[in-house]
Design a protein around this ligand. Structure first.
Ligand SMILES: [Zn+2]
Length: 101
């Protein structure tokens, strides 16, 4: 799951912080700005339950932030996205396993 960052790019929102980039397709936004962007209330009960996870999880994990952002943009998520989100949260709750670098 832990991929090595390939390069760094300046955040397009604050134009200050450097962002670790994993691919050219990644949107260069720093954790701080990303958190501000996705820190919005979720109204739908089903998604509220899904997306209501500890803030640290979002801080730590770009994928989780992307999923929440995607929900906020489209007001829904695909089955695959929900599955992957739940799996990631479960893994994070269980803690790192054999995460040697
Ligand atoms: Zn930023």
């Amino acid at each position: 799951m832990a991929r090595a960052a390939k390069f760094k790019q300046r955040c397009v929102m604050c134009k200050q912080n450097m962002v670790l980039m994993y691919s050219r397709r990644q949107f260069p936004i720093c954790v701080e700005c990303h958190m501000k962007k996705i820190d919005k209330p979720v109204k739908d009960a089903k998604y509220k339950k899904l997306l209501d996870i500890p803030r640290e999880f979002y801080l730590e994990n770009l994928f989780l932030r992307n999923i929440k952002e995607s929900y906020l943009r489209f007001d829904k998520l695909s089955e695959k996205q929900i599955e992957a989100f739940e799996r990631t949260v479960k893994e994070m709750k269980e803690g790192p396993k054999d995460d040697e670098e």
